[in-house]
Design a protein around this ligand. Structure first.
Ligand code: SF4
Ligand code: SF4
Length: 60
């Protein structure tokens, strides 16, 4: 099964680090400034999880 990551909205502080780290352009930012991960684009590399300061990027 394909491994993808998701962002726990309760933990995310919208710092944008994951967006800078993701090499595949999988991070989405809503009009309200909420960060999420496009599961269709995510390759499961884990760079977002490794770089997130509050451990908000987790395996889906
Ligand atoms: S790095 Fe973590 S806290 Fe920052 S926007 Fe991404 S998920 Fe949210
Ligand atoms: S796991 Fe990798 S490809 Fe998926 S959103 Fe995080 S940094 Fe991007």
């Amino acid at each position: 099964m394909k491994i993808v990551y998701r962002i726990d909205q309760a933990l995310c502080v919208s710092c944008g680090t994951c967006d800078m780290e993701c090499r595949f352009g999988a991070i989405r930012i809503s009009d309200q400034g909420k960060f999420s991960i496009d599961a269709e684009v995510c390759r499961g590399c884990g760079l977002c999880a490794a770089s997130c300061p509050v451990d908000a990027a987790v395996k889906a």
